[in-house]
Ligand binder design. Structure first.
Ligand SMILES: Nc1nc2c(ncn2[C@@H]2O[C@H](COP(=O)(O)OP(=O)(O)OP(=O)(O)O)[C@@H](O)[C@H]2O)c(=O)[nH]1
Ligand SMILES: [Mg+2]
Length: 296
């Protein structure tokens, strides 16, 4: 009988959680960027093989909540660690291990759920700097195991996955064996567009960007997709548009290429930049953009 269960992936913003999720399931299900707070809600990635089904839950990075969206993100982390078989704490090894991370281990230890630590980004960590950092984990109570990985280079990830199997406590299959995520294609398209905005824009703009799909329909074997890129201040609109629309055009090209790969067919993508003042504090806008417990 297959062993099955849930594993929550938690850690500081930008630690490399989503990259690790994608590497664990062997497909890109969660967007990745160098900007903190890329992930805004829990994203399930499923790995099924002949003897197990592992349901990984990627979460937003720990943050200080400054608005209603931040509060939703924090709540998502709390939800993710409920009723799981294991908590996988991701630490950026290149950045070192700080007191906040040690405090988080202590906090989760009290939940009584096995804790595995994945120290990631070892491809860019210098061994002589990493070693003393790892030593900080010695003797920390509540850690079942520590794994050093590079999610980006897919190093050590298969060993980690194999090790995590021992924590699975269920026997019921939660997903079909072909499923890799619980999210809809529409959600994935909106996230791809947001990822391209994150990669293109700097400063505070990415944090205030939301994406809303207006329509997605098939016409003559190709997809026609129309979406709004929502910014929270009027002054952000010309920045996202760029000179003569160059920025939004470039975002559109990159997003279209990725969406074509996802959908396996030709895509026509139209993007509109819209201003919704302070939407991150507006409950109905948050709901419309899916930052509520209703969207899949
Ligand atoms: N060199 C290297 N870079 C990595 C690795 N894992 C992640 N990164 C980079 O670190 C940055 C953050 O990665 P994410 O996976 O988005 O991090 P996250 O923890 O999900 O971030 P949030 O969703 O914002 O909390 C991106 O630029 C990744 O390419 C790794 O193993 N090696
Ligand atoms: Mg993430």
């Amino acid at each position: 009988m297959a062993k099955t269960g849930f594993i929550a992936i938690v850690g500081q913003a930008n630690a490399g959680k989503s990259t690790l999720l994608n590497s664990l399931v062997g497909q890109k299900v969660s967007i990745v960027s160098p900007k903190p707070q890329t992930t805004r809600e829990n994203i399930i990635g499923v790995w099924t093989d002949e003897d197990s089904q592992m349901v990984f839950v990627d979460t937003p990075g720990f943050l200080r909540s400054k608005n209603a969206l931040g509060a939703y993100m924090l709540k998502s982390i709390d939800n993710a660690v409920q009723d799981v078989d294991c908590i996988l704490i991701v630490i950026d090894g290149h950045d070192g291990i700080d007191d906040k991370e040690l405090a988080q281990i202590e906090k989760y230890r009290k939940n009584g759920v096995p804790i595995v630590v994945a120290v990631t980004k070892t491809d860019i960590s210098q061994p002589e700097k990493l070693m003393p950092e790892l030593a900080k984990l010695n003797g920390v109570q509540g850690i079942a195991e520590v794994y050093c990985v590079s999610a980006k280079r897919n190093r050590g990830v298969q060993e980690l996955k194999q090790a995590l199997k021992k924590y699975l406590s269920g026997t019921e299959m939660y997903f079909d064996e072909d499923d890799v995520t619980d999210k809809s294609v529409r959600f994935s398209v909106s996230e791809i567009i947001r990822e391209k905005v994150l990669l293109a824009c700097d400063n505070e703009i990415p944090h205030g960007v939301g994406v809303e799909i207006n329509h997605m329909r098939i016409e003559n074997d190709s997809w026609d997709i129309d979406a709004n890129v929502i910014v929270e201040k009027a002054s952000h609109k010309p920045i996202v548009l760029g000179k003569h629309g160059a920025m939004i055009k470039s975002i559109g090209i990159h997003a279209r290429e990725s969406v074509e790969k996802l959908l396996g067919s030709k895509v026509f993508l139209t993007l509109w930049v819209k201003v919704k003042e302070d939407w991150r504090n507006n409950p109905s806008m948050l709901n419309e953009l899916g930052y509520s417990n209703r969207r899949k």
